[in-house]
Write a protein that binds this ligand. Structure first.
Ligand code: UT7
Length: 317
């Protein structure tokens, strides 16, 4: 039996920081409101020249170094992103060029904040069907490029970054299971419509935050049960929750459902904001770098986002 195992993790954050105090200068908001309602204190913002593939490339390079393999050994690149460099070619193809490799398949997937979980799920199947041996799964987003910085309900939330893993064929079990879902009927609650503003087409995020919040919390409850039942595991078997970072109050609600102390939850939202597809691999790398997540630990990753899409991955690291 072939399993897929994470053998390398890397991440990248753009240099520029945007703090709540910075946002107070241009918006009718306060550090106190943002901190108490979201848990966010600051977020990283890509420069105008930095594209999503640049962030993804840096994260991928770090993951490949961490995996101690040669770049040429990568035989599939999957990039989960909502903010591709261009409509085409795919950001994955741009990352492939930046890594200096040729011929392996490379494609993007679009599942907004659940994109990394979708990517892991696809990559796991490629490995288990012996179709690839070393897959780069990258979550990368430049959400600042689709954020309306005059809209206080959105401008405070989003950040930019990238995280990547090398997922490899292994005799040891790494990914225990993945579960992915979608329900398109809620499109209007969280989307990027095309609007005519003056003579220009504007495409920025629009969200009915409190409605999304309620559905997210209820759905994440079900995700947790689904992952545990599928693997006949108990809540207490999980060493770390590595969640999508949308709102500290959503993280707290999921931890409560798991009867888990917040000490067992990897939290980066205070420093990263919501980086969409990048948030889970960024949190994973943060948990490893800080010495919390160790080899052999059982990790539950979960996400909910636009689409709506949602999903989980249960992983023995
Ligand atoms: O990652 C994809 C999935 N996304 C999510 O899961 C996000 C889910 N939603 C959320 O995290 C929260 O709903 C938000 C953080 C977006 C908003 O928090 P909330 O507690 O749901 O606030 P709200 O939208 O119900 O607004 C409450 C009040 C409103 O004022 P009134 O109508 O009560 O007078 C807003 O106008 O807070 C006001 N408000 C703000 N005040 C100060 C909204 N944004 C701000 C702001 N600063 N930045």
């Amino acid at each position: 039996m072939i399993f897929s195992k994470i053998i390398g993790v890397g991440s990248y954050l753009p240099k520029k920081l945007l703090t709540n105090k910075d946002l107070e200068k241009s918006l009718d908001t306060t550090d106190e409101w943002i901190t108490s309602r979201t848990g966010i204190k600051e977020r990283h913002i890509a420069s105008p020249e930095e594209q999503t593939s640049d962030l993804a490339f840096e994260a991928a390079r770090n993951a490949i170094n961490n995996a101690s393999i040669n770049t040429e050994e990568i035989d599939l690149i999957i990039v989960a992103t909502t903010t591709p460099d261009k409509i085409f070619p795919s950001t994955a193809c741009n990352v492939q060029t930046k890594l200096g490799i040729r011929n392996c398949p490379a494609f993007d997937i679009q599942a907004v904040c659940s994109g990394f979980i979708y990517g892991l799920s696809i990559a796991d199947k490629f490995i288990k069907t012996n179709s690839a041996k070393n897959i780069l799964v990258i979550g990368a987003d430049s959400m600042s490029k689709i954020t309306d910085y005059t809209d206080r309900s959105n401008a405070i939330l989003w950040g930019d970054g990238a995280g990547a893993v090398v997922l490899s064929a292994s005799k040891k079990q790494g990914i225990l299971s993945t579960h992915i879902h979608a329900d398109g009927q809620y499109e209007e609650l969280l989307h990027v419509p095309k609007r005519n503003v003056g003579n220009k087409i504007q495409q920025t995020i629009e969200m009915q935050g409190s409605q999304v919040f309620k559905i997210a919390v209820n759905t994440l409850d079900k995700i947790v049960d689904e992952a545990l039942i599928a693997n006949q595991l108990q809540k207490e078997d999980i060493d770390w929750l590595v969640p999508h970072q949308a709102n500290i109050r959503i993280l707290e609600a999921t931890a409560k459902k798991l009867e888990m102390s917040m000490d067992k939850v990897i939290v980066t939202i205070d420093r990263h904001g919501n980086t969409s597809a990048a948030s889970i691999p960024l949190a994973l790398d943060d948990g490893i770098q800080s010495g919390k997540i160790k080899s052999g630990h059982l990790l539950l990753m979960e996400a909910f986002g636009g689409g709506f899409t949602w999903g989980s991955a249960l992983i023995r690291y």
